[in-house]
Design a protein around this ligand. Structure first.
Ligand SMILES: [Zn+2]
Length: 89
């Protein structure tokens, strides 16, 4: 029965990896009122979508202390926000 083998997959909007739809959680960004789907690993890593980071950070260094706990998934790994800014912004 071919149809039962096709579990729909969707992308985690944070790391862009594909998962079965039911393994993704839609929640608000920790940086603002924007909802996206996150996989379990991104939630556990305290990761945030790259576009949301870029929109809010924009090269600023005067950020609240708790913001530095956020991670960003890029090129196959999670980066601490400070490392991400140095490497990619
Ligand atoms: Zn993810």
């Amino acid at each position: 029965m071919k149809m039962f083998n096709k579990v729909p997959k969707k992308r985690c909007q944070c790391c862009n990896r594909k998962y079965p739809e039911l393994e993704l959680t839609v929640r608000s960004s920790i940086l603002g009122a924007v909802s996206s789907s996150y996989c379990k690993e991104c939630i556990e890593q305290n990761a945030e979508c790259e576009w949301i980071i870029k929109y809010h950070i924009d090269g600023k260094a005067d950020l609240a202390d708790w913001v530095w706990d956020i991670k960003v998934y890029k090129k196959g790994k999670y980066y601490k926000l400070s490392d991400y800014i140095l490497k990619f912004l």
